[in-house]
Design a protein around this ligand. Structure first.
Ligand SMILES: [Zn+2]
Length: 64
């Protein structure tokens, strides 16, 4: 069960607050890290994870 004191409303929905930057989130936007909630940006900072859709520059491709 989520601690109600850590909840805020965002976009008309009750949801968690990012424990790292304080942003109000919906449950759909929040990403749990251990017992904390993080927004997507903070999740990436905390875990070092990058989205697989992130464009990468690839060196060494032959371009004529
Ligand atoms: Zn955050």
């Amino acid at each position: 069960m989520v601690d109600a004191s850590r909840l805020g409303t965002h976009q008309g929905q009750l949801g968690p607050i990012c424990d790292f930057c304080g942003a109000r989130l919906t449950f759909g936007q929040s990403i749990p890290i251990d017992s904390k909630y993080a927004c997507f940006e903070c999740y990436q900072k905390e875990t070092g994870a990058t989205p697989s859709s992130e464009p990468k520059s690839v060196d060494g491709l032959p371009i004529d």
